[in-house]
Design a protein around this ligand. Sequence first.
Ligand code: I6G
Length: 685
Amino acid sequence: MPNNRSNTRIKQLRKQLEVYNHQYYVLDEPLVPDSEYDRQMQELVALEKKYPEFLTSESPSQKVGGKAINTFKQIIHSLPMLSLDNVFDKQSLIDFVNRVANRVELQEKQINALAFSAEPKLDGVAVSLRYERGILTQGASRGDGVRGEDITHNVRTIANIPLRLMIENPPDVFEVRGEVLIPHQGFAELNILALKQETKLFANPRNAAAGSIRQLDPAVAASRPLKFYAYGLGTVEGVQLPNSHVDRLQLLAEYGFNPSPGTEKVSGIEGCVQYYQQILKNRDALAYDIDGVVLKIDDIQLQKQLGFVSRAPRWAIAYKFPAQEELTRLLNVDFQVGRTGAITPVARLEPVFVGGVTVSNATLHNADEIERLDVRIGDTVIIRRAGDVIPQIVNVILDRRPDETEPIHFPDACPVCDSELHSVENETVIRCTAGLFCPAQRVEAIKHFSSRKALDIDGLGDKIVEQLVAEKLISSPDDLFTLSKSALISLERMAEKSADNLLLSIEKSKQTAFNRFVYALGIREVGEATALSLVQHFGCMDHIIKASFEELIEVDDVGPVVANHIIDFFKEPHNVDIVQRLLDVGVSFSETTEIADKSALPFSGQTWVVTGTLEIMTRQQVKERLQQLGAKVAGSVSKKTSFLVAGANAGSKLTKADALGITVINEADLIERFNQLEFSHEETD
Ligand code: I6G
């Protein structure tokens, strides 16, 4: 091809690929299949190789693969990157608005109508991007606000940052400021990869994002799922800008950026407070971390009038959420034995206010987690509490470790009954092998038996069960039905009236529903939904006890894993005896089952399809877990499908799901969802 025709073609391909990139990475609406994109990119790369004189730094072919640098250059921001003042409560927000109103002499009516731009405060890393005549020439970290580091080589690799502004006549200088972050799904994938490669896990998405843009080699940033969201402008020359901040964000979208998602224009203090509350309520449903909302006077003229104090604008404020991470000290680690014998290390902490509540315990999950964190008694630790998820220790501050600490050892025997422990290959859980001979498992089994969704024995609280077992007044669920009033009164703080009421509740609980009874037995992974399916399938207790593996996997929610748990449970003569003794003491149920409230299960009403090769869980495990959570698992994708879980090499199901606009999630995201539910769900141990 002659030179000038090649140059024309190169320009054509670049323009087309820029549009494809923008549609894919910024708008999330791909225009062409990957194969077509790849074909055009290959053609561009080949032409640029043949005619290197036409190669430019803003070509879409240059997004990844730049050279590593030796050291970071310092840059001086042309306009300082300011910081925001924070408020943590409504009164301080009102004080902020009143200060604004006093300074620009607003009347009450004007305050109520004052327009604010409101946006979620993304928990990422602030960066500034400089475009000269439309070309990205510099990316800089915030640094101290005056001086930052040159991270151009890394920001160039971020997929939703355009290398060229998407407009015909770009301004001479256009600086965009915003946050770089890693969404939850990408973060989970990064840590799964780190686990596989046995490298250090990232503590949280913010640290991972900060670490990614502070790399000498741009290949690292290119491999990280970074996203950039624009929240404002720096120096701009050669273009007239709108006088509203929200309109400026709209302009940023037209130039090819993702403005801060969820930005809205709101009015007055009440508008700001409502926005804050709405975002706080929906915080856990967002795809990324946020730590508050940012409120800005929308009118740029007013902003200019207000100016700055020290390094912060007077026209903006961060209204922060209660912290989700805090520092505290590890006082001790207890090893708890659960209903099915699983041993869970529980961290006892110096009480600390985090995420809106005082926290004094956190889970350490298992032995691997203790080893990963290398946490020791006396350590200062970062604790995190997000939404309803049980608090976790995310990291140890090694600088603050006291002298002469020892690694924490997982016990060699059950901490309660001293029986042998058992660990299964590829499972992180270590269990006590004593079953109901272990007092801890006994207590948990009886608590489960009497819980609300099981026999629902009103007034039999956890503390009473613990005392009854400790005093050897009961040792298995059937003993509850032979308890005497004098035995109950012998317990600490048990008055005569309470003992009478409790005996009445126990008596009343004898009349139950068949599915509640099966659930109450506490068979591993047989939750409410599975208990109901078993009862509906087999119709009587004897058939469930005697069911073979083949018969069990015929049942709706039962797969091989659960089937084996059921068989193991009834293989134990002790468990069959308990069932018999319960029936002998008068527990009875109608064969017609009460419908369990399946609609209360987290995934009820949803239809899921699983396809492709999964790496961590087997497809069967995923299917069973989804069913336990109330989902229907279907074999094919249709309009009724709620979610498709797609592993590697997913084929036609993925294509169909895409065509139908069905939400597709990968294994990492699925595991993240399971983990979030794990601690609030009673079905598993
Ligand atoms: O809108 C914003 C979001 C986050 C900001 C901001 C920010 O810092 C993390 N910082 C400033 C100084 C401004 N807006 C004006």
